[in-house]
Structures are given as structure tokens and as C-alpha cells.
Design a protein around this ligand. Structure first.
Ligand code: PHB
Length: 396
């Protein structure tokens, strides 16, 4: 039996960032992760860092590789039937954004936590979490060798993703809600060995549907195509993918660069917000509490924003016995989550064609997009939301 001030379930963006921030303030934690380190470090996810996330990485000593290797952009482009409009993020907001895949972010935080002597137990299965309504939490888990372990802690944080079972006890509270929205489309994502189509991301809309031109490295590109949520990888031959990408994005001065496709996957579109995100000594962070669709790539950034509130709350509680900030965690985190939810929904709805939509809706949708793109106020609003709001800062 061992004890830690904070047990964290899940070595994703929420759990690792939280553990790192706690450590910087002298509060130790133990991370329990069901997957292997290799699996965590290789799973392909989205890859845009908001300005606040970049700043947090730099200010807390984890930003060096990101600054060296990320694709840092001053703009994104939005294309309507191949006509592109540049949204000058830096010019409009003073901030840039970084394309830095989530698994690279995780690698940096895992390395830093281990370097700082942090405990991350990979390949462990949490069997039970009890006592969160009382004075001490008990977590029982099966470690990588198959042995049963018991860990007691003052607080437990579930950062174990959208399927987290720890939402259930939170949702049993009076007045607790989980708001959800399903979308009539999904993304077909590919990784391809090809040179960059262009430096900046292109979000394109076309009668055939949405397409996104993103990047990973100078020689690996990440492209997405709107597809049906029921589509399977088998339905998307390489030929069909290239034909759709060219149709949806190409113009006289730009052609999507082609190469060998080495990864294909369908990404689901879902929105969900759980409120509150806590019960007693149990806290939810990141996708365990909320899910956003991938348009705008807010998922990782929202997890970081959650723990920017949760970390100082836990530090005050553990070190000073003061729960004031911790008790306010949901109230402080949820408004930002809804703003990100709205932005992701709004970008998605402007850029995707809904199968079977009346012509009226299509024309209105394009007019909305054109209104945003053709006014400085519209472009500024989009740019501000895209680079992200500042992260909350609390005195410890
Ligand atoms: C990505 O590169 O995976 C990506 C970029 C921008 C998005 C979503 C995903 O909005």
C-alpha cells in the first residue's frame, strides 16, 4: 500500500500536464496509464497548439523541442471552391499557432516527468476507485506484471479520455448534466509521405464537402476529407482520396501534393460537455469531461486549460488545506469549454456540407462564411478564437 497526494488516471494531455504543473509547485502525483508508453507516444491525433499552450510549455521548461520542430504559422487559409482567403493570425491577434502533433506533446511531457523523477505506471488497469466522498481516496489497480496494488491519495483526477468510467459517479450528483451533440459528418484522415502543399493550413469547403490540408513534417503531410460517419477505410481507395482532395482544394496556383498514403482512419464528430466536473475528491479533466469535434483542434488545448485551473486548486488544497479554488474548478473551467465547443461547432457548420441540405441552407452557409472572411471584424474574431484565449493564471 502506498500513498500519493494526487493520483492521476491517464497519461494524456490532461494527466501529464497536470502532473508536471503539480511537481513544479512541490506536489507529487502518480499517473496510472492503461496503454504502453510506445502506444501513447505513437497514437495519431490532431496537432494544433494554441498560443496559451505554447506559452505554458515554454514557461514551464517543456517548450524547447516544440520551438525547434513545430511548424509555427502566422496564418491559416480558408478556401471556398478553391478561392483562398488568408487569415493573418499574427497580424490580427499578435499570436501565432503551432502545428505540433499531440503525440509529440505527450513525448515531451513524459520525458520531462521521468527526468524530474515523476511516477508514470504504464500498462496498469485501474480496478476500483473508492472513498472520494470521504477523507481519503483508495485506488486499486493491476500493474504491468499482473500484481494487484493499492494506492491511497488525497485527490484523484480522471484524465482517461472520452470513455472515462469516472463520469458516472459525477453524473449521479443532483443537477449534474452531460450535454451532447452528434454531427451528420465525419473526417477521413490520412498521413502521406509528400512535400508540404503549402506552409499554412488550408480549411476548404466545396459542394463535395470539407477538406483540410495540414502538415506533420516537411516530408509527412496530414490531410482530412469530410466523409459519412458510417464510412469505412475500405471505401476510400487512394484514387478516390486524391480525386476528392484535388476537387475540393486545388486552384490555379495550388495543387495538393501527393505521395504514398501510410495511414487511413475515420474520425468521429461529437460534442459533449459534462457539468460539474467534480465530486468530492474526484475530478474530471480533458476528454473525460468534454469532447469537441476536430475542426479547430481544440481538444488538447482544452485539456491544458482545465488543468491550468485544477493544478493551482490542488496545490492550494494539498499544501495549505484551502479548497476554495478546487471547489470552484467546474465553475471556472466550464465557461471556456462552452466557448471552445461553440467555436468548433461554428467552424464545423460553416465548412461542412450537410448531405441532403436544402439549397437555401447551402447558400446561407456560404454567405455566412463569406461574411466572416470579407470583414476585418469577422477575420479577427475567427483568428482570436483560433489562437485561443489566454490560459487562466492563479496565485498559489
Ligand atoms: C491536424 O493537423 O491534425 C489538424 C489541424 C487542424 C485541425 C484539426 C486537425 O483543425
Amino acid at each position: 500500500m502506498s500513498h500519493t497526494p494526487v493520483a492521476i488516471i491517464g497519461a494524456g494531455p490532461a494527466g501529464l500536464t497536470l502532473s508536471h504543473l503539480l511537481h513544479r509547485h512541490g506536489v507529487e502525483s502518480v499517473i496510472l496509464e492503461s496503454r504502453s508508453r510506445a502506444d501513447v507516444e505513437e497514437t495519431v491525433r490532431a496537432g494544433v497548439l494554441e498560443q496559451g499552450t505554447m506559452r505554458l510549455m515554454r514557461e514551464t521548461g517543456v517548450g524547447e523541442r516544440m520551438d525547434r520542430e513545430a511548424d509555427i504559422d502566422d496564418a491559416i487559409e480558408i478556401s471556398i471552391d478553391g478561392r483562398r482567403t488568408r487569415i493573418g493570425l499574427t497580424e490580427l491577434t499578435g499570436h501565432h499557432m503551432a502545428v505540433y502533433p499531440q503525440h509529440e506533446y505527450l513525448k515531451d511531457f513524459i520525458a520531462k516527468r521521468l527526468e524530474d523523477g515523476g511516477a508514470i505506471h504504464f500498462e496498469t488497469t485501474v480496478d476500483d476507485v473508492t472513498g472520494y466522498d470521504g477523507d481519503e481516496v483508495t485506488v486499486t489497480y493491476t500493474d504491468a506484471s499482473g500484481a494487484q496494488q493499492t494506492l491511497t491519495c488525497d485527490y484523484v483526477v480522471a484524465g482517461d479520455g472520452s470513455k472515462s468510467p469516472y463520469r458516472t459517479p459525477v453524473l449521479e450528483l443532483d443537477g449534474a448534466v452531460r450535454d451532447r451533440h452528434e454531427y451528420p459528418y465525419a473526417w477521413f484522415g490520412i498521413l502521406v509521405n509528400a512535400p508540404q502543399t503549402q506552409k499554412e493550413l488550408i480549411y476548404g469547403t466545396h459542394d463535395n464537402g470539407f477538406a483540410l490540408i495540414s502538415t506533420r513534417t516537411p516530408t509527412v503531410q496530414r490531410y482530412y476529407l469530410q466523409c459519412n460517419p458510417e464510412d469505412t477505410v475500405e471505401q476510400w481507395s487512394d484514387e478516390r482520396i486524391w480525386s476528392e482532395l484535388h476537387t475540393r482544394v486545388d486552384s490555379e496556383d495550388l495543387q495538393v501534393s501527393e505521395g504514398e498514403i501510410f495511414d487511413k482512419a475515420v474520425l468521429r464528430f461529437r460534442s459533449a460537455v459534462t457539468d460539474p466536473m467534480q465530486r468530492g475528491r474526484l475530478f474530471l479533466a480533458g476528454d473525460a469531461a468534454h469532447t469537441v469535434p476536430p475542426t479547430g483542434a481544440k481538444g488538447l488545448n482544452l485539456a491544458v486549460a482545465d488543468v491550468a485551473v485544477l493544478a493551482p486548486g490542488l496545490v492550494r488544497a494539498v499544501k495549505k488545506g484551502n479548497r476554495d479554488l478546487l471547489d470552484e474548478y467546474s465553475a471556472l473551467a466550464v465557461p471556456r469549454i462552452w466557448k471552445a465547443q461553440h467555436f468548433s461547432y461554428w467552424m464545423s457548420s460553416m465548412l461542412h456540407s450537410v448531405p441532403g441540405d436544402p439549397h437555401f441552407q447551402t447558400r446561407r452557409r456560404i454567405a455566412e462564411l463569406e461574411s466572416v472572411l470579407s470583414t476585418e471584424a469577422g477575420r479577427t474574431y475567427l483568428a482570436q478564437q483560433y489562437v485561443g484565449l489566454d490560459l487562466p493564471r492563479f496565485e498559489i
